[in-house]
Design a protein around this ligand. Structure first.
Ligand SMILES: [Zn+2]
Ligand SMILES: [Zn+2]
Length: 335
């Protein structure tokens, strides 16, 4: 079968690899759609925690192709989507609802081969039936929405709170939709793409700002007139550093975007003390895949407008190697 293999930083190719035969408690899925995520770009660039060689891909849906001897409830041909999380289920963190900190943490496409391949093998406990009304393209969004569910659980936004978010890519757009549903008051978004800002406005953002004139447009919102919640969805250290100044007293900053491993930003501990700030993170999916599926099945998210391009597996290496167009949101690989 064909797979996109990342051999090392900056090196990826589509190659013939062995078909992943399912073990007794595993399912092999024929991938129909796989989303490309910022984390995949980090894996390609070599600034994530992944081993090489690796087949990336953790946002996907497809058809059951083969099942192991112990598998019940799934049969070849079933439409499915997969939680890429590989938690051990036995450690202190798994047993206390913090599987995303599992001491043996793994994820398809992150620590073991993922779904940028014709077939991918996964434990049956990670497999979910895809509702009939949901397309494979939509099914490939359940994982990013599961990240949003975890972020929303971490944030615990209260009705009427003011929110400032940096980054209006597909994750920023999904967070915008979620925040609009749970009762954010003012919901301001910063991005350098006017097209992304316009879409965020359609999804519930109250105002969009371009970064180059931020001092002029938002400079008065620093310090005591700042925002209750500031969210980073860029992962870019220079931007992250600028975000703290917009936090109100008692404000919460959430680091949602994935910064390069080892990158640092200076922050003034006196400000954290003086302003009663809360600085939190939100790491991937944490037992939130089923909630994401249900949230999407209920029609709460509009994901189709977030798909900027659909490419073939053969086109994927060139996509990773080339600089991003800032107007592009989600790109999916179709099989
Ligand atoms: Zn992702
Ligand atoms: Zn564990």
């Amino acid at each position: 079968m064909k797979a996109l293999v990342v051999d090392g930083p900056g090196r990826a190719a589509v190659r013939e690899v062995d078909y992943p035969v399912p073990g007794p408690d595993e399912v092999t899925v024929a991938v129909k759609r796989c989303g490309i995520c910022g984390t995949d770009a980090h894996i390609f660039q070599g600034d994530f925690i992944s081993p090489y060689p690796l087949v990336p891909g953790h946002e996907f849906a497809g058809l059951v192709h083969a099942v192991g001897a112990n598998v019940r409830g799934f049969a070849p041909g079933d439409r499915v989507a997969v939680d890429p999380s590989l938690f051990c289920g036995e450690c202190e963190f798994c047993l206390s609802g913090r599987g995303n900190h599992c001491v043996r943490w793994g994820a398809l496409g992150n620590t073991v081969d993922g779904a940028m391949a014709e077939y991918v093998r996964t434990p049956v406990r990670t497999v979910f039936h895809l509702p009939d009304a949901m397309t494979f393209a939509q099914g490939a969004f359940i994982e990013p929405v599961a990240c949003v569910v975890h972020g929303m659980n971490r944030l615990n936004v209260r009705a009427g709170q003011s929110v400032l978010m940096f980054g209006a890519g597909s994750m920023g757009q999904l967070l915008t939709q979620a925040l609009a549903h749970v009762g954010a008051g003012e919901l301001a978004i910063v991005d350098l793409s006017p097209a992304k800002l316009a879409l965020a406005r359609e999804s519930g953002a109250t105002v969009g700002y371009l970064p180059h004139d931020l001092d002029a447009t938002l400079g008065h919102r620093k310090g005591s007139s700042g925002f209750d919640v500031v969210i980073d969805v860029t992962g870019i250290p220079a931007i992250i550093q600028s975000e703290y100044s917009y936090l109100a007293p008692r404000g919460t900053h959430m680091q949602f975007g994935v910064a390069p491993t080892g990158a640092t930003v200076p922050i003034c501990p006196f400000d954290i003390y003086r302003m009663d700030w809360r600085l939190i993170g939100s790491m991937a999916v944490n037992h939130t895949y089923r909630a994401a599926l249900q949230w999407m099945e209920a029609g709460r998210f509009r994901v189709d407008p977030l798909i900027s391009r659909v490419i073939s597996l053969a086109e994927a290496p060139a996509f990773f190697a080339n600089a991003r167009n800032p107007d592009i949101m989600k790109v999916q690989i179709a099989f």
